[in-house]
Ligand binder design. Structure first.
Ligand SMILES: NC(=O)c1ccc[n+]([C@@H]2O[C@H](COP(=O)([O-])OP(=O)(O)OC[C@H]3O[C@@H](n4cnc5c(N)ncnc54)[C@H](O)[C@@H]3O)[C@@H](O)[C@H]2O)c1
Length: 310
């Protein structure tokens, strides 16, 4: 299949490209190469990178001919940045999604897979796991922009009968993630001997999924595509941030590295959790990478690629 991956030079996108190529698909990447997207992430891969903006109708229309699937991942993705400057998030994540959706529908691309997040549900209490039809209650501008994007996917399905699916996943970790995000931030701090910065008292709970497991799930969503599907991919490896930071600190720097608690993120969502039972049943998917093994490999990757982030 010829697949267009928007945002394919980013952290998760570049792993999705690897997975799709490994399964014999042809891949074309459309990416603006913001601070989070890098050519190096695609080095040595047999795919074409077109540098362009998903908000640019003409640029999007140029890359669609011949594509049999679109995986739409391009986004502004860092919650803290969205608190300081929501505009770029609404532009890329909502308007960009509208442009890509509309262009793909007009070009008749028969599979559209939109990548979304567990954050669309907002903070959920202990014991609650969100099924695909749970109410959306975004708690920050990034999450709100992802809800807006999902709303457009629903509208294009409903009004125009466009075959589009939504994939939501929990926090990904692994190689090639920008150090503004938690795991690489903690890793690089610990490799330097610490301290490792943690928001608030580190009580927020996140569910961690290795990016290779996500990419395999995403490829299945493309191959076993079902219009109007909503698939959840979860690691079911839930950790308080202070525990996760402590684990990363130990793996990267040894027992002597200390955590440094700083101001809590404004509007911090205390817990995200997805129910992914239906996806596991339908796609026969389950994560394979145990958290500590995945983190050890991630730490090793950052140790070997420190020059990328200096
Ligand atoms: N990282 C996570 O844990 C996580 C969890 C759930 C969902 N998601 C979603 O997965 C997708 C990928 O996330 P990521 O962590 O790889 O993000 P990332 O920030 O590493 O990568 C985003 C990519 O999109 C590109 N991009 C940004 N604006 C663009 C624009 N206007 N036009 C074209 N390209 C543009 C960037 O250059 C970059 O390559 C996003 O849609 C995000 O919302 C991420």
């Amino acid at each position: 299949m010829k697949v267009l991956v928007t945002g394919g030079a980013g952290f998760m996108g570049s792993q999705v490209v690897r997975e799709l190529l490994g399964r014999g698909h042809e891949v074309l990447v459309l990416d603006r190469l913001t601070y989070a997207g890098r050519r190096e992430h695609l080095a040595g891969l047999d795919c074409r990178l077109v540098v362009g903006d998903v908000r640019d109708r003409a640029a999007v229309a140029r890359v669609l001919p011949g594509c049999e699937a679109v995986v739409h991942m391009a986004a502004e993705s860092h919650v803290t940045r969205s608190l300081d400057d929501p505009d770029g998030f609404l532009g890329t994540n909502i308007e960009g999604t509208r442009v890509v959706l509309d262009a793909a529908a007009r070009a008749g691309v028969p599979r559209f897979v939109h990548v979304s997040t567990d954050e669309v549900f907002g903070s959920v209490p202990e014991g609650v796991f969100c099924r695909p039809d749970a109410p959306l209650r975004p708690g920050n501008p990034y999450a709100a922009s992802k809800v807006g994007a999902e709303a457009l996917v629903h509208a294009w399905r409903h009004s125009f009968g466009y075959p589009a699916a939504i994939v939501r996943c929990t926090n990904n970790y692994g190689p090639r993630q920008h150090p503004e995000k938690a795991v690489p931030c903690w890793t690089l701090a610990a490799l330097d001997g610490g301290p490792v910065p943690v928001d608030g008292r580190g009580e927020a709970v996140r569910d961690w999924l290795h990016v290779e497991d996500f990419a395999r799930g995403l490829a299945l969503a493309v191959e076993r595509f079902r219009p109007a599907a909503t698939w959840h991919f979860a690691g079911q490896q839930h950790r308080r941030n202070r525990d996760m930071a402590g684990l990363v600190a130990r793996l990267a720097g040894g027992d002597g590295v200390r955590l440094a608690f700083r101001a809590e993120r404004r509007g911090q969502d205390m817990r995200y959790a997805l129910d992914d039972d239906a996806t596991r049943r339908e796609l026969g998917w389950a994560p394979r990478v145990p958290l500590e093994d995945g983190l050890r490999a991630t730490v090793a990757w950052y140790r070997e690629h420190r020059e990328l982030w200096s």
